[in-house]
Design a protein around this ligand. Structure first.
Ligand SMILES: NC(=O)C1=CN([C@@H]2O[C@H](COP(=O)(O)OP(=O)(O)OC[C@H]3O[C@@H](n4cnc5c(N)ncnc54)[C@H](OP(=O)(O)O)[C@@H]3O)[C@@H](O)[C@H]2O)C=CC1
Ligand SMILES: CC[C@](O)(C(C)=O)C(=O)O
Ligand SMILES: [Mg+2]
Ligand SMILES: [Mg+2]
Length: 352
């Protein structure tokens, strides 16, 4: 642990996987996070049972991966530690029907995102520890990093500590899925939920895709080719973000040309200006006052009409079709010498 930061950060030496020896962890859901947690826990020597619906489309994958699968209700009965990794929108329902009737004092109820607890969609009983281990990464990378002996940073929070061991047990879980290899930051449910929702809406997912689309459209509308616009505004973004990830903004600015640095520093705040900042503050307020979550719950109750429309519009955007064609060319380039007939035809087009 280090005391140089405002929060506690835990690493492998601060956690002990054997805390969960002789226990069974129920992983409910086998999607993005579920498959990663279940497999990493299993390979860390922990007894895992996966809870899925009888007709679940994930059942065959979990079984093929060598895991024991049963229903969510039965998994909760078998386990002392319950990790809720079904989508946020069904957690309240799964809690009411499969978890709550089978919960016993001393068990741990754990989440990877605090939405349902923080916005009171799930109200756990006394006697049960309620914790969160939230990897700050898509689940598929949680798994890939673990397999590569690398870690995934995560957040840890304790909402209810009835056993006096909630923290220690959550740390053991975080270590078993590979998070303490990279570092686990102690936080609260409120901080995790509000910052996570804000990050994905304003910057990571919503903000960045809108920025890319606006950049792409500006170039294409001005007569530049869609392929050039795609590479400039989307493909190269990864390379720039990789530099920021490795060494912060400084490493990125050091690596690009002086022309790019001067242009970026003098123009960046003109593009993402005070209006954007005000929009960000409004978005954060909707998260803090619960408006976003209320809207999302109603949207789900109504069968997701707006979500479906927004998803389709995003899929139909020209940049998706251009990107698909161009990524195929790059897939060929990545395959090196293993060319086949199909690859050769791409090579001709690429050379043309
Ligand atoms: N996606 C991510 O990378 C991240 C997610 N989180 C959090 O992790 C949690 C899980 O999210 P995520 O991994 O994206 O979820 P997914 O959408 O990937 O979960 C799908 C899994 O849940 C099962 N499932 C869906 N509905 C039900 C149901 N009603 N009853 C039982 N099982 C069901 C599905 O099985 P079936 O085949 O039966 O539909 C499938 O196995 C959420 O709290 C999320 O906020 C946190 C950090 C990152
Ligand atoms: C950035 C999106 C995320 O918050 C995540 C992968 O961390 C999510 O909810 O999927
Ligand atoms: Mg997140
Ligand atoms: Mg999230």
């Amino acid at each position: 642990m280090t005391d140089e930061f405002t929060t506690d950060i835990y690493y492998d030496d601060d956690a002990d996987v054997s805390t969960l020896d002789d226990e069974t962890v129920a992983v409910l859901g086998y999607g993005s996070q579920g498959h990663a947690h279940a497999l990493n826990l299993h390979e860390s020597g922990i007894d895992v049972v996966v809870g899925l619906r009888e007709d679940s489309s994930s059942r065959s994958a979990a079984e093929a991966d060598g895991l024991t699968v049963t229903t969510p209700a039965d998994a909760v009965k078998q386990a002392s530690y319950v990790s809720v990794l079904v989508p946020d929108t069904v957690q309240a329902d799964v809690y009411e029907n499969a978890i709550e009737p089978n919960l016993e004092s001393g068990q741990t109820l754990q989440f990877a995102h605090g939405l349902n607890i923080h916005y009171n969609q799930i109200q756990p009983p006394e006697g049960v520890d309620v914790t969160m281990v939230a990897p700050k990464s898509p689940g598929h990378l949680v798994r890939r990093n673990y397999e590569n002996d690398e870690g995934t940073p995560g957040l840890l929070a304790v909402y209810q500590d009835e056993t006096g061991e909630a923290d220690e047990r959550a740390l053991a879980y975080a270590k078993a899925i590979g998070c303490t290899r990279a570092g686990v930051i102690e936080t609260t449910f409120r901080e995790e939920v509000e910052s996570d929702l804000f990050g994905e809406q304003a910057v990571l997912c919503g903000g960045v895709t809108s920025l890319v689309k606006h950049g792409y459209e500006t170039l294409v509308d001005a007569g530049y080719s869609p392929e050039i616009a795609y590479f400039e505004c989307l493909n190269e973004l990864k390379l720039i973000v990789d530099l920021m990830y490795e060494g912060g903004h400084s490493e990125m600015w050091d690596s690009v040309s002086d022309t790019a640095e001067y242009g970026g520093l003098s123009r960046g705040d003109r593009i993402v200006d005070e209006n954007v900042r005000e929009n960000m503050e409004e978005t954060l307020e909707e998260i803090q006052n619960g408006d976003f979550t209320r809207e999302w719950i109603v949207e789900n109750q109504a069968g997701r009409p707006s979500y479906t429309q927004l998803r389709q519009a995003e899929k139909d955007h020209e940049i998706e079709e251009v990107g698909e064609r161009l990524r195929d060319l790059f897939a060929w380039a990545d395959e090196g010498t293993e060319t086949d007939d199909e690859d050769e035809s791409v090579r001709v087009q690429a050379d043309d």
